[in-house]
Each structure stands twice: as C-alpha cells, then as structure tokens.
Design a protein around this ligand. Structure first.
Ligand code: SAM
Length: 329
C-alpha cells in the first residue's frame, strides 16, 4: 500500500526560515520559548493539538499522566475515567499524524486499589485507540526501568506476595499498516558470540526450532537488530537537567523520560527534518532529543513551571533564566 507523507526537509546549517520552523504550524500562538528547530507551548494538549493541520506531524512520542493509585504532583486521572479522558487526545493525535506517522505512547501499569491485582486500564486505552479511533498496533514495546521502587509495599515488601515491577508499556501505534520505520538506524553492538561468529564463520544448518540459518547470517550488517525491550541506558541528559534546574531555581519535573526512550523512537521512526510532537512534554526531553537529532519539534505542557524549567535543556541557545510563560488559549 502506498501512503502519503509530510514533505521532508533537510535542516542544514543556520537558522530555519519562518515557513520551515514548526511554529508555523500554530501561526496564531506565541510559544513560551522557541529554539532553532522547535517550540514549546503552555496549554491543554487537546486544545493545542486541535489547532494543528491534518497530517502535519511525523511522530508523536509521549507519556501522559498515568492512572496511578498514588498521585504525582502534576495530578493523575482515575482509572475508571481514564479511557474517556484520553479519547479526545487520541482522536486529535490520529488526525494530525501523517499517513505514515507513528504514535508512541508510554503508559505505566498500576494496581487496583486495595487488592494485589493489576488494573487493565492501559489495555483498555490500547483497545479504544485501535478499535474506536482507528490506530494499528505496530508493535508493543517495553521500557526496562530497573530503578522502579518495589511497590505497592503492602504486597511486595510486607506480604511478599508480588514481585518488583521493572517495565512500563510502550504502545507503538501507527495510522496505517506501513508506518515509516528503519531498524538499521537503531542497531546495537553485536554480542561477543556474534562477533566471534562473524570472524570465524558459520556453517549453514537447521536449528532445533526448525529454522534454517543460512550463510547470509554471517554477514556483518553493522550491528544487532534491537529487541522491543528498550533499556534505560545513559541518563546523563537528566542529571544535566537536574543540575541546571537547581542553578536556575526551578523545581525539576518528577517523572522524566530517560533519554533512551525518545532517542530510540525518533531515530527509528523519523528522518532528519521530520516533525516530532510531545503533547505532554513535561521536562521536554523529547524536544531536546529531537533538536539534537536534527528533527523539528513541538512540545505542549499544561504547567507553566515545567515549561519554564525545560528551557534549561536548551541553555546554550536560550540562556537560563526565569522568563515568563505565556499560556495558550
Ligand atoms: C508523565 S509527565 C511527562 C514527562 C515527560 N515525558 C518528560 O520527559 O519530562 C506528564 C505531563 O503531562 C502534563 N499534563 C497533564 N495534563 C495535560 C494536558 N491536558 N495538556 C498538556 N499537558 C498535560 C503534566 O503536567 C505532566 O508534566
């Protein structure tokens, strides 16, 4: 099947023209700040998404507030209301994506209140997005986060009847069956065994599983194809962010992406110059990664304080300070 795509742009060096800058997609609004390749807005994501033209975005990577039993500082929606709450965001995201675009949704699992059993809300969100809004499930991925605390304490630490949760769900959804994707952009280093095999050679044979491994398997293709378990990886960008927030007197965001998560999907699912949007951008890790990788970006966030703090991720371009955030309405 042939799908239509957003016209691609080679960013090249130097400033972008006003027409090419992604803020041109929201001409009636003033961003809270803008960088060479992106712009951050304060406001409700459903409203801001509704202002974007149809099919204008290549990739949405985001982590909305989860339906947590213990609420974070920025507020979380109850599990019972979550699907209805998220539907308008899902509908807008589907509309603004290009036909070959992807929507990467990080959503954490959670326990039912008062019982050592898991809520199904994140599966219900997935079903709603696929069966009612029209997304395809391109692949389910998992973010491996071994730093998660053993919780709920009552079931894990006290009664010892549940084990520590170390993954979060990452639904990779697409608008068509053929989203733009290239796994050669996210290859990982070959294992020692594979490196040995590449040097010594491999005799074609049938494996116990019945698969026939041919001599082609021996070719060095630059690295291993990664699995759908995305590792936490290097979190340096977040320590820089925390340090810079402390210097500028900002409260850091309490639930940031590790760099690896947006980095992996931006490389895998977009090309240089493409437009990446994070509608629940928090500390704007997604925008910072997109900028570094030569993609254009837009970030939406309801809290003016988080938007102001996220400026520190671009301090070389913006300087650091306590600028006022403008709220889009
Ligand atoms: C889990 S955090 C996202 C963190 C982000 N991935 C990062 O790396 O920092 C979710 C964010 O969504 C914001 N939020 C909640 N409701 C919103 C809405 N209706 N529109 C835009 N942002 C919203 C919250 O303030 C919070 O910062």
């Amino acid at each position: 099947m042939q799908v239509t795509a957003v016209e691609r742009l080679d960013l090249g060096p130097g400033p972008l023209s006003a027409r090419d800058h992604p803020s041109s997609l929201l001409p009636s609004l003033e961003p809270a700040y803008q960088t060479r390749a992106g712009a951050a807005y304060v406001g409700d994501a459903a409203h801001l998404l509704s202002l974007l033209p149809d099919g204008s975005v290549n990739l949405i990577v985001t982590s909305p507030p989860y339906a947590l039993h213990f609420k974070k500082a920025y507020g979380n929606v109850d599990k019972a209301d979550y699907v209805a709450w998220f539907r308008p965001f899902g509908e807008q995201i589907h509309r603004v994506l290009a036909d070959d675009g992807s929507f990467v949704l990080n959503i954490g699992g959670s326990y039912n209140p008062g019982a050592p059993t898991r809520s199904l809300y994140h599966f219900k969100v997935l079903l709603m997005l696929c069966e009612e809004v029209g997304f395809r499930l391109a692949q389910e991925c998992f973010w491996h986060n071994p730093a998660k605390l053993p919780a709920p304490a009552e079931w894990v630490n006290v009664r010892r009847q549940r084990i520590k949760d170390a993954v979060e769900y990452v639904w990779w959804l697409s608008k068509s069956d053929w989203p733009k994707a290239d796994n050669t952009k996210v290859l990982t280093e070959y294992s020692l065994d594979m490196k040995r095999l590449l040097t010594r050679g491999y005799k074609a044979k049938r494996r116990p599983s019945g698969h026939v491994i041919t001599a082609k398997f021996r070719q060095d293709r630059g690295g291993s194809i990664p699995s759908n378990l995305i590792d936490r990886g290097n979190n340096e960008s977040n320590s820089d962010y925390i340090r810079a927030c402390a210097e500028a007197g900002h409260e850091p965001h309490p639930a940031r992406f590790p760099r690896t998560l947006p980095d992996f999907f931006v490389r895998f699912l977009t090309m240089e110059g493409d437009i990446v949007v994070d509608p629940f951008s928090g500390s704007n890790m997604t925008g910072a990664v997109a900028e570094e990788l030569g993609r254009r970006w837009l970030g939406f966030e309801i809290s003016p304080e988080y938007v102001m703090a996220s400026r520190v991720r671009f301090k070389e371009q913006l300087g650091v300070g306590r600028a006022q955030a403008r709220v889009a309405s």
